[in-house]
Design a protein around this ligand. Structure first.
Ligand SMILES: [Cu+2]
Length: 308
C-alpha cells in the first residue's frame, strides 16, 4: 500500500510543474466516475437485496432490513429508506458545491478573488433550508415514535424476562395461561435437525396468535437485556426493577427470530428470541397443551427441589 502510494507520488510529482488544472480535472474525473460506480453498485445491491432480505430471520448477503410484518415495522423501514435518500441528496449536493469551488475558484482559474464576505439572502437560505429539512424529518419521526410508544388496547399480554443467558416467558392466568417457561437456544446440531437457523432456534418458542394486538412486558432478572424482533420492528430494554412494555400485531403466521440486543455478558450472543405466530385456533390448542406441559415441569422442579 505504502509502496503503491510512493509510486503514485513519484509519477505525479513531475506533473506538478505542468498544467495543474488538467491534473485537478483528471482527479475530479476519476473521483466522479468512482462515485458513480459506487452509487450504481449501491443501488443494484440495494434493490437486489430487497428480495434477499429474510422474513423473520436474516439471510446471506442481506443489505436491507428484514421484511416487515407489522404496521410499525413497515413505517420504520419507510422512515429508514426516506432518511437515507435525504442523506444521499445532501451529500451529492455538498460534493457538487465542493467540485464547483475546486474547479472555478482555484488560483489558476480565479487569480483575483472577490472580497465579498456577507450575503444576507444566502445566509437566511442556508439556515432556513436545513431547518425545514429537519422539521420535514421530525414530523414522520414523531408519528412513528407515538405509534411505537403509545400502547393500544391489548388482546394478549405476555411477559418476557431476560436472564443471563436465556429468556423466560410468562402467560397470565386470566388469559387462559397461568404458566411460565424458559426458552434456551438449541445447539447447532439440534437446530439443523429441527430445520431451523443455527443460533436463533430455541427449545420453547414464544407462541402467539395472528391478528391480535400483543403487548409484551419486558423486564430483566439480573442485568439489562433487550427484547428485539426485527421483522416486528420492536426493540425494548429489559431493565431489572423496571417494567417496560412494547407491542406488535401481525397477520402473517410464521417464525420470527430476534436476539438479545443489549450487551449482557459472556453468552449475550446465545440467548435468541423465537416467536411462532399461529392461527387463533392453533393458539388456543397450544395454550391448553402448554398449560399441562409447563405445569408438569413445575411439578418436576418441585420434586427435584424437595429431594435436595
Ligand atoms: Cu441478554
Amino acid at each position: 500500500m505504502i509502496a503503491a502510494l510512493g509510486l503514485l507520488g513519484m509519477r505525479r510529482l513531475p506533473r506538478l510543474d505542468g498544467d495543474l488544472s488538467i491534473m485537478t480535472r483528471s482527479i475530479i474525473g476519476a473521483a466522479l466516475s468512482k462515485f458513480g460506480a459506487a452509487l450504481a453498485v449501491l443501488f443494484t445491491v440495494g434493490f437486489a437485496s430487497a428480495a434477499l432480505a429474510g422474513t423473520g430471520q436474516p439471510s446471506p448477503w442481506q443489505m436491507n432490513m428484514q421484511v416487515p410484518v407489522t404496521e410499525s415495522a413497515e413505517f420504520l423501514g419507510a422512515m429508514h429508506n426516506g432518511v437515507n435518500i435525504v442523506i444521499a441528496l445532501i451529500s451529492a449536493f455538498v460534493l457538487l458545491l465542493l467540485i464547483i469551488v475546486v474547479v472555478r475558484f482555484n488560483e489558476k482559474a480565479n487569480p483575483v478573488p472577490s472580497k465579498t464576505t456577507h450575503h444576507t439572502g444566502l445566509e437566511i437560505a442556508w439556515t432556513l433550508i436545513p431547518a425545514l429539512i429537519l422539521v420535514g424529518i421530525a414530523i414522520p419521526s414523531f408519528r412513528l415514535l407515538t405509534m411505537q410508544v403509545q400502547l393500544p388496547k391489548a388482546d394478549i399480554t405476555v411477559k418476557a424476562v431476560g436472564h443471563q443467558w436465556y429468556w423466560s416467558y410468562e402467560y397470565p392466568e386470566d388469559q387462559g395461561g397461568g404458566f411460565t417457561f424458559d426458552s434456551y437456544m438449541l445447539s447447532r446440531e439440534d437446530a439443523a435437525k429441527a430445520n431451523q437457523p443455527a443460533l436463533l432456534a430455541v427449545d420453547n418458542e414464544l407462541v402467539l396468535p395472528a391478528g391480535k394486538t400483543v403487548v409484551v412486558q419486558v423486564v430483566g432478572a439480573d442485568v439489562i437485556h433487550n427484547f428485539a424482533v426485527p421483522s416486528f420492528g420492536i426493540r425494548m430494554d429489559a431493565v431489572p426493577g423496571r417494567l417496560n412494555q412494547t407491542w406488535f400485531k401481525t397477520d402473517r403466521e410464521g417464525m420470527y427470530y430476534g436476539q438479545c440486543s443489549r450487551l449482557c455478558g459472556a453468552n449475550h450472543a446465545y440467548m435468541p428470541i423465537a416467536v411462532r405466530i399461529v392461527s387463533p385456533d392453533a393458539y388456543a390448542s397450544w395454550l391448553t397443551e402448554a398449560k399441562k406441559k409447563f405445569a408438569s415441569l413445575d411439578q418436576q422442579n418441585l420434586a427435584i427441589a424437595s429431594n435436595e
